[in-house]
Design a protein around this ligand. Structure first.
Ligand code: C2E
Ligand code: CA
Ligand code: CA
Length: 396
């Protein structure tokens, strides 16, 4: 393996305003195959230094420093992000260990841990490049992190709502609120493009507060207008670590004069696993407020059934990957997930319902609720209210 030199960016301000080193990143090579670290001369690659916490970014992937460790995030990279040849799920992230080989967007990097810089690499460190791109970042209106913060303040976030339909009756019973960011330059951004950053930086909490307030107000307005709907909101791991979440939810409900039972809080199994004790305590606090709890993306996490059983959950949402693409191999999984949910006293919702065949199958399997493009894509509040499903509900 060639030992560099590589184009290296340092992204932390050191003493005297000079850029300091964050970590030695070396062996940046172009990738022929996604997994291959090519030997030979190192081409110049366009890695962008962002701010002190985000180390490199290219396309829709980035390496972020969090709590002293480096984490690679897939922000929706077109051909994926690979760590040691294994593809990360879109939106997923992974802590880097020394010697991990990372590739995305046509480059491959080997993470050298905290090893001292080889002489050759230090010589390649290009302070000028760092300084000019730092200027560029400022001129462009701040980093994505800063912009995201403004997104909340400047009301650039918007919610789209996707129908959740009772399979036995075809009746619209709830909508899931899904956040989008109307970025002033890049247009409408989907969660995959900014949630990992929001989570990495902790801004997701401000975002969640905004989303909860907007969704709760919208639900109250719909109900006042005769639409008997529940609204679901997604919360992230960071939110569940926060002991103030339940109090905040309770205040927002009171402000909007909405009964707690009309709000559903969706959280993923993975979100619960970081600090299960704390997350469980906060869930119980939410439950005490009276909101409904839903376990999202069921089937792709690693929580044990014993753990699930302790949760005060009302709904189990089977991950869409069991329907998309549909294969008969998934039937036993769908069937058992439905049984597990029912045995634990929950309503079961299947995500990723894209056609009538899926509706028929799920209904036969006893699944309670369906959500997916067949019933409707996520859409702004006004279009949701004007949809045939909402019209039918009003007339019901
Ligand atoms: P999720 O909670 O699993 O949301 C469902 C995602 O699946 C949505 O993507 C939705 O557009 C998509 N989807 C729904 N039905 C179908 C279907 O039939 N086929 C296919 N192919 N896809 C379908 P979206 O809106 O891009 O959201 C992605 C994820 O971002 C969500 O996954 C959720 O984890 C997260 N997210 C969205 N809004 C928020 C939010 O306000 N706060 C937090 N913390 N996370 C959010
Ligand atoms: Ca969800
Ligand atoms: Ca889901």
């Amino acid at each position: 393996m060639a030992s560099g030199p590589a184009l290296v960016y340092a992204v932390e301000s050191g003493a005297g305003g000079r850029p300091g080193l964050v970590f030695p990143l070396h062996r940046i090579t172009s990738t022929v195959g996604r997994r291959k670290l090519t030997d030979g001369p190192v081409p110049t690659v366009d890695l962008t230094p962002l701010d002190r916490d985000r180390v490199v970014s290219r396309g829709h992937a980035q390496i972020v420093r969090r709590d002293g460790v480096l984490v690679v995030c897939d922000l929706g990279a077109r051909n994926g992000v690979f760590v040691n040849g294994e593809r990360l799920a879109p939106g997923a992230e992974r802590t880097l260990a020394e010697a991990d080989a990372i590739s995305f967007g046509g480059v491959a990097l080997t993470f050298a841990g905290d090893a001292p810089w080889p002489d050759g690499l230090r010589a390649e460190w290009d302070v000028a490049a760092f300084e000019s791109s730092a200027d560029h970042t400022v001129q462009a209106g701040g980093t994505l992190t800063g912009q995201l913060h403004q997104a909340v303040e400047l009301d650039q976030l918007v919610l789209h709502y996707q129908p959740k339909v009772t399979l036995a009756t075809g009746r619209l019973e709830a909508v899931e609120s899904l956040v989008r960011w109307r970025h002033p330059v890049r247009g409408l951004l989907y969660p995959d493009a900014f949630l990992p950053v929001a989570e990495a930086t902790g801004y997701v909490k401000a975002m969640t507060t905004w989303v909860l307030a907007a969704a709760v107000r919208q639900c109250a307005a719909w109900r006042a207008a005769g639409l008997d709907l529940h609204v679901a909101v997604n919360v992230s791991t960071r939110d569940l670590d926060d002991d103030r979440l339940a109090g905040r939810v309770s205040t927002l409900l009171a402000d909007a004069a909405l009964d707690a039972e009309h709000l559903v809080i969706e959280l993923t199994e993975t979100g619960l696993m970081t600090d299960p004790h704390r997350a469980t305590a906060n869930l119980h606090a939410l439950k005490a407020v009276g909101v409904r709890i839903s376990i999202d993306d069921f089937g792709i996490g690693h929580s044990s059934l014993a753990y699930l059983k302790q949760l005060p959950a009302d709904e189990l949402k089977i991950d869409k990957s069991f329907l998309l693409p549909f294969s008969p191999d998934n039937l036993p999984i769908l069937r058992s997930a439905i049984t597990i949910g029912h045995d634990l006293g929950m309503r079961v919702t299947a995500e990723g319902v894209e056609d009538q065949a899926a509706v028929d199958l799920l209904r036969d399997l006893g699944c309670d609720v369906g959500q997916g493009y067949f019933f409707g894509r996520p859409t702004p509040a006004e279009s949701l209210a004007a949809s045939p499903l909402a019209t039918a509900l009003r007339g019901a």
